[in-house]
Ligand binder design. Structure first.
Ligand code: ZN
Length: 387
């Protein structure tokens, strides 16, 4: 997306009476329905295998939701286009029609054989809908910064990160979990594993929080203190607006490193799958919550678990807050390793200091490599002809 187009779609004032709200609802919903219709058409390549039994069991409910989504988005699109004469409403209406055509094809669609690789389109649509339904009203009612718009600058970039991380779930798992699984099968058996597995699931869940947070504390700290790693992590800190979507902005190298470091103790200590699933769902939701634009301060809990207040200070560009509050869940690690910062007021300015990080998704991907590419060119590039 060009800078001109991005500027057009970001910082949109969703004022009533111009057809912008209805166009936005229509475009968003119709795009999600388009993804949903594609999932119904090509389930074996676009859906997550773990979720497929759920779709078979509640097929009618999911298909009804798709059709309801298409009808609602077409309705809002038609209202925006006809009554308010907004052309984006017309685009929403067209997308809704495209989703309807694809969705109708589902009835005759052949059942394809399962393929070894899949894209989690369904995972992307479901999580986006659920998170938007939870966090948009939450941030609306309890905003820390009430002036911040839902469509603040950078939201398009962040939604691309969200889409990339959810659709590429299998690729990420393949690149992180597989090497660890392979390595562990070649290790002598760990005597700690039977002891861990004999414990109740709730205890394993708490142990996971303590152990994984310890490893990710040090990885996070290294990402701030080692220049090479910081270039990747700086992308996450480049956001100047904190909200639920800002949590998605992570360079792929950081995602892979974090998943690798977090997965290592899980496999080495042999935690039960139920405890691991519960932990993953909880920590993913918590990671989004601590980025959200909410003013809750949790006076008693704030030293026990990481809160939005605690993590917003980590993103602050105020000098005393820089390189502080690394823990993802347990602030106590920051207390014992002397990196905690929790003044009495809330953080207000965010972003990187001394770096101009580009806004686009693609440019952010290449930005950490720029310095090294420049050096490579200087060393091996063709010398200029003397004029
Ligand atoms: Zn950080």
């Amino acid at each position: 997306m060009t800078d001109h187009l991005r500027a057009k779609f970001e910082n949109i004032e969703l004022n009533a009476g111009l057809g912008k709200i209805s166009a936005f609802i229509s475009l968003t919903l119709s795009l999600l329905c388009l993804f949903g219709a594609l999932c119904f058409l090509f389930p074996s390549v676009l859906t997550t295998p773990e979720l497929r039994p759920l779709y078979s069991k509640h097929y009618d409910l999911f298909y009804f939701s798709l059709m309801a989504g298409i009808t609602i988005s077409a309705g809002f699109g038609a209202f925006s286009a006809i009554v308010r004469q907004n052309r984006y409403g017309f685009y929403g209406l067209c997308l809704a029609l495209a989703a309807a055509i694809l969705g109708c094809g589902v009835i005759q669609a052949p059942v394809l054989p399962s393929v070894p690789f899949y894209a989690g389109f369904d995972y992307f649509v479901l999580t986006l809908v659920i998170l938007a339904l939870v966090f948009i009203p939450l941030e609306g009612f309890f905003a820390k910064n009430p002036q911040q718009k839902i469509l603040r600058s950078g939201w398009i970039t962040d939604i691309k990160y969200f889409m990339f991380s959810h659709i590429g779930i299998q690729l990420f798992s393949f690149l992180t979990v597989m090497p660890i699984q392979y390595w562990i099968t070649h290790l002598p058996s760990n005597p700690v594993v039977p002891w861990v597995q004999a414990q109740p699931i709730w205890l394993q869940f708490i142990e996971l929080l303590i152990v994984v947070d310890f490893t990710t504390y040090w990885l996070h700290r290294a990402m701030h203190e080692v220049n090479f790693l910081w270039r990747f992590h700086a992308i996450h800190h480049s956001t100047e607006h904190m909200d639920w979507l800002a949590s998605s902005r992570l360079h792929i190298v950081e995602v892979l490193m974090t998943r690798f470091i977090a997965t290592l103790p899980i496999f080495l200590l042999g935690f039960h799958t139920s405890a691991v699933f519960a932990y993953l769902i909880f920590i993913s939701f918590h990671a989004i919550f601590i980025h959200s634009n909410v003013r809750f301060r949790f006076p008693y809990l704030r030293w026990l678990i990481a809160t939005p207040e605690f993590h917003h200070w980590h993103h602050s560009s105020e000098k005393p807050a820089i390189d502080k509050n690394y823990a993802a869940f347990i602030p106590f690690y920051d207390v014992i390793f002397k990196t905690v910062y929790m003044p009495n007021h809330l953080a207000s300015i965010y972003g990187t200091v001394g770096y101009k990080i580009p806004n686009s998704f693609v440019k952010q991907f290449t930005w950490p490599f720029k310095k090294y590419m420049k050096r490579f060119k200087q060393r091996f590039g063709k010398p200029k002809e003397p004029s």
